[in-house]
Design a protein around this ligand. Sequence first.
Ligand code: ZN
Length: 246
Amino acid sequence: MSNSASSDLPEIGRARLLPHLPRRTLLMLGMGLLAGCATTPVRRVTRLPSPLWPDDSLLAAAPTVVTPPPAPLPPAPPMTGVIPRSSWTSGTPDTRNIDPMLPVRWVTVHHDGMTAFTATDMAACKGRLELIRNGHRGKGWADIGYHYVIDRAGRVWEGRDIRYQGAHVKDNNEGNVGILMVGNFDLHTPSMAQLAALDRHLRVCMKKYGLRSTQVRSHQEWSSARTACPGRHMQSKMNGIRRALA
Ligand SMILES: [Zn+2]
């Protein structure tokens, strides 16, 4: 989670986000600014100018250039033991607003920080995933922010395609794999199956990317984050998790 105890929302720098806003959104923002300036006196025009453009050939000479967004990457090769993204969502990332993943140097553990969640059935877990993805998309982000999601039954789900940079730690998403532990660990503890799956998946990631246990962090261990994520009942286990990995 980010700065709020109620939701786990990764942060994207505003300066980076703005250039990627759709043209329509920028126009609406501009209109909003104009609406905020309504105290400016309005000078009334008594005669309208001619509706005819002086030289219609100028219009014909300026064709509209439409740049298509980059095509999404083809499906990533499946990682052993990971349930593919296609099993829980048909949503695709907004490829106009997403960067390729850089060489991996970190793994960061989160909780979702929403309501307490202790369900283990597939349908409920898929619903929680889609809820999180929709929340992130609704804020204008390209996709769900995390690369992997671990539920209370110990299943590992694919989130954002690992070949794309995640959106889960403010100012530190480069080369940073995001793992979400489903639930709110300020309200309840992670399950044993969930912790065991985290240990297994961290080992897979460390082997794949050549990482040490010191390169595994929780969200709040990033000084840029200023968050209570992954909750007190998960944070209290981080040192033990790293000791076991070492
Ligand atoms: Zn977090």
